[in-house]
Design a protein around this ligand. Structure first.
Ligand SMILES: [Zn+2]
Length: 429
């Protein structure tokens, strides 16, 4: 009996420990050009390395060739802003025990790296100091890693894009033409992994190289503290690498600090069970009485680094390591057939699906449905249990019940007896 209990505990704790999988995205253009694989977040405390891929996915369109992106390889670690929650993942590519919590992720990324179409691998980091070929100071020296392109060896013979030294020299020349500060210079660092660097023989790039996949690490510097600057250097390195490989792209992001800061501050939205939406960039820090199921909930972030962290009575809402909000659930059954409702918005009838947020200029009215109770959160009626059939304007709703800091967005919730059906957000202009 005791043995059985122990087994069960191990299974439960294991499923918690391994809960966050990385995501894998493909951006594909005309197949008549090579495929680049970009990997972010092997180290969880290197935000330049995991926010840059998010902006690649959001702002770039690949016209010729393909770019595969894993933004969050070591997701559990980056949520906690730790290099490696279960030890250094980037030292587990030579061998790894099956009971290692990183095992599943390391095996899966190895499969992706060795996909036949992958022609080049770029692994993104934020390293210490500023790499220099000769010792200048404690921050600028040959054992630093920041602002460098790391190669394990000069070249891989007889492999397309195997000339790692030439490719990174071209990238270095492109990047150094335009630096925010003079000391942000990029340099190529050859770790001569096979001959001299035993630790690096266990790394992701060396695994790739030994499987005849050309690979580099792109390091921005931990000593550059502004995230947007690190991301700009990562994105410019990404553009330089695509240029060298003959991958054609377009982008709607200008690489200015203002534009990159604005994009980084956009946390997107969180959708629960396809029925309840929070727009994260503007939302109040805490969202209370959020209808959720006792069991499994479907959780969709539009941001690739979005995740919930369970804190007992509530969840913290994370974008990577950033805690951007808190969500306090209220548990309901969800046995309800309807998927949306008809509203009169500024005099025009419209069917709105649950989970959608609609713009309202002046007022709205929810049309009645049989057996469905409507509750406009923050709108008080004395003698009516369902708040359908009433024209409501912004000043009719108590402001502090707004979902957002600008007090513009309010919740309409729909119930079938004790079952939650869904919510519609109304956003006043
Ligand atoms: Zn790193």
């Amino acid at each position: 009996m005791f043995k059985k209990i122990v087994m069960l505990i191990i299974l439960i704790s294991a499923s918690y420990a391994y809960e966050r999988d990385f995501s894998f995205h493909k951006m594909q253009g005309d197949p008549d050009a090579p495929t680049l694989l970009v990997i972010g977040g092997v180290h969880g405390d290197e935000p330049g390395g995991y926010f840059a891929p998010v902006l690649m996915l959001k702002h770039y369109e690949i016209k010729k060739g393909s770019v595969y992106v894993v933004p969050n390889l070591n997701f559990d670690s980056l949520v906690e802003f730790r290099r490696g929650k279960y030890g250094d993942m980037n030292r587990k590519f030579a061998d790894i025990k099956e009971n290692d919590p990183d095992y599943r992720h390391v095996q899966r990324i190895k499969e992706i790296i060795t996909l036949p179409e992958v022609a080049f691998v770029s692994n993104l980091h934020d390293g210490r100091g500023f790499y220099r070929h000769k010792w200048e100071s404690a921050i600028f020296n040959p054992s630093a890693w920041g602002q460098s392109y790391i190669i394990d060896q000069q070249k891989i013979e007889d492999v397309e894009f195997g000339n790692l030294d030439e490719i990174t020299a071209k990238m270095e020349a492109i990047l150094n033409k335009d630096l925010h500060e003079n000391h942000h210079t990029f340099n190529v660092k050859n770790t001569e992994t096979k001959e001299v660097d035993e630790a690096m023989q266990k790394s992701l790039t060396y695994f790739a190289v030994t499987n005849l996949k050309p690979a580099i690490a792109v390091e921005t510097s931990k000593n550059i503290t502004e995230l947007d600057l690190k991301v700009i250097y990562q994105l410019r390195s990404f553009e330089a690498l695509m240029q060298v490989m003959g991958i054609e792209y377009s982008t709607n992001l200008e690489l200015t600090r203002e534009a990159v800061q604005a994009s980084l501050a956009d946390y997107g939205s969180l959708k629960l069970n396809d029925k309840f939406t929070i727009e994260l960039s503007d939302s109040k820090f805490s969202t209370r009485f959020v209808p959720m199921k006792k069991g499994d909930n479907k959780i969709d972030f539009s941001h690739p680094l979005g995740t919930l962290v369970s804190r007992g009575d509530h969840y913290d809402i994370h974008i990577g390591h950033l805690r951007v909000g808190a969500l306090y659930p209220q548990y309901f059954d969800f046995n309800c057939e309807i998927k949306g409702a008809k509203l009169i918005i500024d005099g025009v009838e419209k069917y709105v699906q649950f989970g959608d947020i609609v713009d309202v200029k002046k007022d709205f009215k929810v049309l009645a449905q049989d057996g469905i109770r409507v509750n406009v959160i923050g709108f008080v009626t004395k003698d009516k249990t369902s708040q359908d059939g009433i024209t409501i304007k912004k000043s009719d709703i108590i402001e502090r019940f707004a979902m957002d800091n600008k007090n513009k967005t309010f919740r309409i919730e729909f119930y079938d007896e004790n079952n939650f059906c869904g919510m519609i957000g109304v956003k006043f202009q």
